[in-house]
Design a protein around this ligand. Structure first.
Ligand code: FES
Length: 388
């Protein structure tokens, strides 16, 4: 006979605190629908936008996947890997966009919701590690927030509310002449009051162990007897058929977006049409390092160059005749390369929209924590631009 006092023998161990509740109905049903719809719509839109924007696949555009990989190779903690992927920018960009659309659509319509949420979390983690790792403060990088937002959906899994899986489950149930599967939230106190087994903290149905929601015989789901396997198979067949149909629709939608984007034309990107090139064999002079010819930066335009000391991209603007404003073009938010918008006369980061003043490089909007690093560029009497 055991000497253990009844109170310690029946007490749930500390591990009970970390077990999932018997049915996390409130989390997996209506409570997560707004988040699911938002993430689904956002990822669908983001994927289609990439496919529809020719600039995303145009290697010379600062908003291209190639430019983003180049930026990631500079600042990402995965730069050792990313640097080898720059030559694969187009297939990587297309894959990312299609996966975004697939994850978004599956989440939006409620098909394979846990798998889609895990896919969304993996994509967000990838974006965080490559694009927004150095966003400062950290909460200005959206990818980390998206990663956190996907996790509840991944944990909750499938929901029957406003979801295709819910519709399919109802159809399978109807074909099997069963009632529509319905899960309701019920306070555990009410279960205790109704079950007839509860006695001063213990459960007669659990051999007198402590009352425990995760083992409660009233709450344990029981498969209906009889044709359970056939019903399961029917559910899998319907889900697979739906996946094929939805996958086809995603493929058609992605193709239409890509074609339409090329017919209509993508959104204008901040481009630096000119690139400065130092004359062959040029050596540093008393004026500095020669960058290229001043006439390659007409008034009201900008040109790009490489900063010899750091290898960073630089940008020089000639806002008025004879005035040259130059900056390190690496955005201080997450390392993308800023471009010049002639219309607004601003330097703009294509990744998250930070805007910087020409003249002093100060940030005037967007998540960049500070302005661009200013460089000194002067025009020599030989018509060349020199970087001090
Ligand atoms: S990298 Fe985010 S605003 Fe520039």
């Amino acid at each position: 006979m055991s000497d253990t006092p009844p109170s310690s023998r029946h007490a749930p161990g500390p591990r009970a605190l970390f077990r999932a509740p018997a049915r996390a109905v409130a989390l997996s049903e209506w409570a997560l629908v707004p988040l699911r719809l938002f993430l689904g719509a956002t990822f669908t839109y983001a994927g289609l936008q990439k496919l529809a924007n020719p600039n995303f696949f145009n290697g010379v555009s600062p908003i291209s996947i190639h430019a983003q990989l180049v930026a990631a190779a500079r600042v990402s903690p995965l730069r050792g890997l990313v640097v080898h992927l720059e030559g694969l920018a187009t297939p990587i960009g297309a894959t990312v966009a299609v996966v975004e659309v697939a994850v978004g659509v599956a989440t939006l319509i409620g098909l394979w919701q846990r798998a889609a949420a895990i896919g969304g979390a993996m994509l967000s983690l990838l974006f965080f590690l490559t694009v927004s790792f150095h966003a400062a403060p950290y909460y200005t990088g959206a990818d980390l927030v998206f990663l956190a937002a996907w996790l509840p959906l991944a944990l909750a899994g499938r929901s029957s509310r406003l979801s295709l899986h819910g519709v399919l489950d109802a159809r399978v149930a109807a074909e099997a002449h069963r009632p529509t599967p319905e899960v309701v939230a019920i306070a555990f106190d009410d279960v205790r009051a109704l079950c007839g087994h509860f006695d001063a903290g213990c459960c007669a149905a659990l051999d007198g162990d402590a009352c425990d929601s995760s083992r409660c015989p009233v709450l344990v789901a029981r498969a209906p007897s009889g044709d359970g396997d056939a019903v399961e198979r029917r559910a899998v067949v319907l889900a697979t058929a739906s996946t094929v149909l939805v996958g086809g629709a995603v493929a058609v939608g992605a193709t239409v977006a890509a074609v339409a984007g090329r017919v209509v034309g993508g959104a204008p990107a901040p481009v630096n049409p000119n690139a400065l090139h130092a004359p062959p064999g040029a050596t540093p002079t008393a004026l500095g390092v020669v960058l290229g010819r001043a006439r390659d930066v007409p008034v009201g335009t900008a040109a790009s160059f490489t900063i010899p000391a750091t290898g960073d991209p630089g940008i020089v603007v000639q806002p008025s005749a004879g005035v040259f404003d130059a900056y390190d073009a690496v955005c201080p938010h997450a390392g993308c390369t800023v471009g010049y918008y002639a219309q607004s006369r601003l330097l703009v980061c294509p990744c998250h929209g930070s805007q910087f003043l020409v003249g002093n490089g100060e940030v005037i909007s967007g998540p960049a924590p500070h302005g661009l690093a200013k460089l000194t560029v002067i025009e020599g009497s030989d018509g060349n631009l020199y970087l001090k």
